[in-house]
Design a protein around this ligand. Structure first.
Ligand code: ADP
Ligand code: MG
Length: 262
């Protein structure tokens, strides 16, 4: 079922003809992407192709130079004033960001807070949830990522995989409409990658809308509804996993897959 805000069915993410430059570098070149509710889109592509930049634009951590990004039907970061894009107020942007959970390669947990406190701090301060309620939800989320026994541990006493699972729980605590993952397992020792992917898979199965940048092709094959290939700032291919891995249409996709699956 597609949710609706204005009475019309819509996409959770609708990026249309997005362009972004860093000086002379055309880092996003006419990027359009839609993500439907409960859909899992995996973005792959060589290093430097603009994957992180694109994710950051979805959260308005980066500005765009042209095009439009709608999240839940609302323009993110900008308002359209008589055909011109005007940057939104910080307050509105902060509100929009609550809808978008983000998990990075580096977990960035607060080192001086316990696991549970890491999860409850934002809901209490930003969403205005009561401490009791935040704790209750926090414990449920810790259970969900298999870490309820670590509620009072500090991040430095957790493994990398455990810290990343806490980071996922922390993002979920804000009740986002969509979760963005930017290479969430790239900084982990190999033996910890599986436990994080398991949590993500579980999340996908329970209907979370997700955009995942990863080099874990087995995950993409198994969990993605669609796989998107980025190359030099452009989306050059978008297909269901069977087609994407079985018969990639673009030569650069074939080359990329050969390199990465070798
Ligand atoms: P990916 O995540 O696919 O590896 P990125 O989005 O991180 O790619 O980067 C795309 C390109 O933009 C790279 O060439 C990178 O060096 C460049 N880039 C990223 N961030 C900045 C920045 N803040 N200023 C200038 N160039 C940047
Ligand atoms: Mg990146």
């Amino acid at each position: 079922m597609t949710d609706s805000i204005n009475g019309t069915a819509q996409h959770v993410v609708e990026a249309t003809s997005v362009d972004k430059w860093y000086g002379d570098l055309h880092v996003l070149d006419d990027v359009s992407l839609t993500v439907k509710e409960q859909e899992v889109v995996v973005i792959v592509g060589p290093s430097g192709s603009g994957k992180s930049t694109f994710l950051r634009c979805l959260n308005h951590l980066e500005r765009i130079d042209r095009g439009e990004i709608l999240v839940n039907g609302h323009s993110i970061g900008y308002r359209n004033v008589r055909g011109k894009l005007v940057e939104d107020t910080e307050r509105r942007i902060a509100k929009q960001r609550m809808e978008v959970g983000m998990v990075f390669q580096r977990f960035n947990l607060f080192p001086h807070l316990t696991t549970l406190e890491n999860i409850t701090v934002a809901p209490v301060l930003v969403r205005g949830v009561s401490r009791e309620q935040a704790k209750e939800t926090g414990m449920r989320l810790l259970e969900r990522v298999g870490l309820e026994s670590k509620a009072s541990s500090y991040p430095s006493h957790l493994s990398g995989g455990q810290q990343q699972r806490v980071a996922i729980a922390r993002a979920l605590a804000m009740q986002p409409k969509i979760m963005l993952f930017d290479e969430p397992t790239s900084a982990l020792d190999p033996e910890m990658i599986g436990e994080v992917l398991e949590v993500m898979k579980d999340l996908a199965q329970t209907g979370m809308t997700m955009v995942v940048v990863t080099h874990e092709m087995a995950f993409a094959r198994e969990v993605a509804d669609e796989v998107v290939m980025m190359d030099r700032g452009r989306i050059i291919e978008r297909a269901a996993p069977t087609e994407f891995f079985g018969a990639p249409g673009h030569e650069r996709t074939q080359q990329f897959l050969e390199r990465i699956l070798r």
